[in-house]
Structure formats: structure tokens, C-alpha cells
Design a protein around this ligand. Structure first.
Ligand code: ADP
Length: 160
């Protein structure tokens, strides 16, 4: 049983995240989408609980995908659940330096875990959660950036 973790802040989930989730779910027996709840320290639009709820709704049709949350080290979480891979999405070279540092650190912390990078698809190459928030805050249409299951909550949270 090959278990992978896909960690992130998912504030909010985008079609770019869903693309990575769909492709990673096809590569592993089980994929755990892990909401990093410690990013509450940053300015978050949704609480960790709400982010989990939105992700669960979006991943509802994928039987080998589960959603969890953790505030500790990903390497420790991986050890606890027996995961052997951490999946990351790479958009541009700008993601690379930070992700590479994290991958090396996680392998140092848990030598059984490999980080697997999936290249973003062309359409979501420039898509990020913060871009969605910016466009939405300025009244733009974000329906092509986020999964339809999450759109109503995002609109009502952003626009009140
Ligand atoms: P963001 O950087 O948008 O705030 P997260 O911290 O939630 O997103 O990102 C979680 C993971 O998903 C990271 O590995 C990130 O590189 C990847 N990711 C984010 N957006 C995309 C996208 N549009 N296409 C592919 N991967 C993405």
C-alpha cells in the first residue's frame, strides 16, 4: 500500500490543487490531502476546519483520497501514517528553491519519505490561492480558477 501526502494551506482550494490531487491519486494507493493548520498564523480567509470541509466536498468522488489536518512536522505525520511520499506541485522556477529546501529537510527528518514533484498543468501554471483572493476581492470572476463545489463559500466569504 503506497501512501502519499499532499500538504498545503489550501486557502482556498483552487483548480490547480485539484489537478495535482487528481494526478497524484492516480499514482498512489492512497492520497492524504493535508491541511497545514499552523498557517493560521498568517492571514487566512478560511479556518483549518473550513478548508478541510471544502476539500472534502471537492474530493468527494475520489475514493482513495482523504483529507486531514495537522499542525506539526510533515515528516512526523508521514511517519505516523506510514506514508512514503510527499507530493508537491511546481508552477514555476520561483517555487523551486523553497520546495527543494523543504524536500531536503523532510528527507533529513524522515529518510523513508521521498518528495515527488508534479509539474503544474498549463492552465494552472499561474494560479495561486492568493491570486484567487485578490481577483475576488476586486470583484473579478474566479469561477474558472476554483472548483465549482467551493465557489459559493469563496464568494460569500470574500464579498460578505
Ligand atoms: P498556494 O501556494 O497557492 O498558497 P498551497 O500552499 O496551498 O498553495 O500549495 C500547496 C501545494 O500545491 C504546493 O506544493 C504548491 O506548489 C502546489 N500548488 C499550488 N497551486 C498550484 C497550481 N496552480 N498548480 C500546481 N500546483 C499548485
Amino acid at each position: 500500500m503506497k501512501i502519499a501526502i499532499y500538504p498545503g494551506s489550501f486557502d482556498p482550494v483552487t483548480k490547480g490543487h485539484m489537478d495535482i490531487i487528481t494526478r497524484a491519486a492516480a499514482l498512489f494507493d492512497r492520497l492524504i490531502v493535508l491541511v497545514a493548520s499552523n498557517v493560521m498564523k498568517r492571514d487566512c480567509l478560511f479556518s483549518a476546519g473550513e478548508r478541510i470541509e471544502l476539500l472534502r466536498r471537492c474530493c468527494g468522488g475520489m475514493p482513495n483520497v482523504t483529507v486531514d489536518c495537522d499542525e506539526g512536522l510533515i515528516a512526523e505525520y508521514a511517519r505516523r501514517v506510514g506514508a512514503t511520499a510527499i507530493v508537491k506541485g511546481l508552477r514555476a522556477m520561483s517555487d523551486f528553491d523553497y520546495e527543494f529546501q523543504q524536500a531536503l529537510t523532510n528527507r533529513q527528518l524522515n529518510s523513508r519519505v521521498e518528495t515527488i514533484f508534479l509539474a503544474a498543468s498549463g492552465e494552472s501554471m499561474y494560479l495561486s490561492s492568493s491570486m484567487v483572493k485578490q481577483v475576488c476581492a476586486l470583484g473579478g470572476d474566479v469561477s474558472s480558477f476554483v472548483p465549482p463545489e467551493a465557489l459559493p463559500e469563496i464568494l460569500s466569504r470574500m464579498r460578505g
